[in-house]
Each structure stands twice: as structure tokens, then as C-alpha cells.
Design a protein around this ligand. Structure first.
Ligand code: SF4
Length: 192
């Protein structure tokens, strides 16, 4: 039997990810911590860390492995090839950025008083789900709006990633994940 590698501290980052998603059910302001998940992979890629974030530090990727391998919820079927095709990865990145920019625009509108705070989570790019219970202490409306928006994006990626983990292999989401795609683009540009 193959000897198991001893676990390192960063093998447990899925707990951080699970905690992040749990906190969002109690106080939406914790969603701001998700900014770290956006910045660290890009900064690591820019400053020579390559795909180090995806390979070693992404709690969400690890969470898919926990669900698929440790809990055994994955069918382990091979995903269709088009999911990892260039056109799909880049098309999905554009789709993702469209919703990200929309979220920033709404935050700016709320900051300027042009729109009121939406205490909802925009799930699966379609549904506005009421989430007012997770806003126990009022903060600046734009601060809360950004948190609601970012959490919707993060939770959507988790839900889609978990569904793909169950239907196909764990980390199927990673083949077209916008963050993974952007870090890959940065690495390619740097290697040119
Ligand atoms: S591709 Fe996305 S979800 Fe997968 S490890 Fe990288 S950042 Fe995490």
C-alpha cells in the first residue's frame, strides 16, 4: 500500500473555506474576507508564484476534494471535454466578469445614494434570494452591498462546483474557474 504523505498546515485550508461560507449565513460582512481569494492568486501569479495558489492554498478547491473523495460523493466520471476548451473557459471568464462588474456598479450606486441596499444574494446568476437575516448590525450601505454581492458570487461558484464534483470528478470546476484561468493567463504572459 502506498505510504500517505504527512499533512501540512495548508492541507486544512478547506476548513477556512467552509467557515467562510458558514459565516455568510450569520453576518454578511464576513463576505469581505473573500477579497483575499480574489487578490492572492493574482498577486502570486504576478510576483512569480505561478499557479501556486491553486496547487497549494485554495480552500475551495480542497473543499471539492473533501466532498468528492473524503465523503465519497463524486461519481468520478470524466467531464465533457468542452468544459476545458479554450472558448468555454474564456467565454465563462467574460460571463463571470460581467456579473462582477455589475456587482461593483451596484455597490457604487448604493455608495452614491442612487440605489438602495439590496439585502439579497444573487444566486446562480439568476435568482435574488432574500438574505436580510445575515445583516444583524447596520454598516455603511455600500459596505454591506459589496458583501451581499461578493457572497452571491462566491456561493454561486461553490454550488456549481459542488454539483460538478458530484456529477463528475472533484475539482471539475477548476478546469474553467475564472480565477484559475486568470492566473494561467498571467503566467503565460510572464513566460512570453
Ligand atoms: S482553479 Fe479556482 S477553485 Fe480551483 S484551485 Fe484554482 S482558484 Fe481554486
Amino acid at each position: 500500500m502506498a505510504k500517505q504523505k504527512p499533512k501540512k498546515w495548508n492541507d486544512y485550508l478547506w476548513i477556512v473555506s467552509a467557515t467562510y461560507f458558514t459565516l455568510g449565513f450569520f453576518n454578511i460582512i464576513f463576505a469581505w474576507l473573500g477579497v483575499v481569494c480574489f487578490l492572492i492568486p493574482l498577486l502570486m501569479a504576478i510576483f512569480g508564484g505561478g499557479k501556486g495558489y491553486c496547487n497549494n492554498y485554495c480552500g475551495r478547491g480542497q473543499l471539492f476534494l473533501q466532498i468528492g473523495n473524503t465523503l465519497g460523493w463524486s461519481s468520478k466520471r470524466v467531464a465533457p471535454r468542452w468544459l476545458s476548451s479554450k472558448w468555454f473557459r474564456n467565454g465563462f471568464l467574460v460571463f463571470f466578469l460581467f456579473f462582477f462588474i455589475q456587482m461593483i456598479v451596484l455597490t457604487v450606486h448604493v455608495a452614491k445614494g442612487l440605489d438602495s441596499l439590496h439585502q439579497t444574494i444573487h444566486l446562480l446568476w439568476t435568482f435574488d434570494v432574500p438574505w436580510h437575516w445575515a445583516y444583524p448590525v447596520a454598516v455603511d450601505p455600500w459596505v454591506a452591498q459589496f458583501a451581499f454581492g461578493l457572497y452571491g458570487i462566491m456561493l454561486t461558484s461553490l454550488i456549481v462546483g459542488v454539483i460538478l464534483t458530484v456529477v463528475f470528478r472533484p475539482r471539475t470546476w477548476c478546469v474553467f474557474c475564472p480565477m484559475g484561468n486568470m492566473t494561467q493567463m498571467i503566467c503565460k504572459l510572464k513566460n512570453q
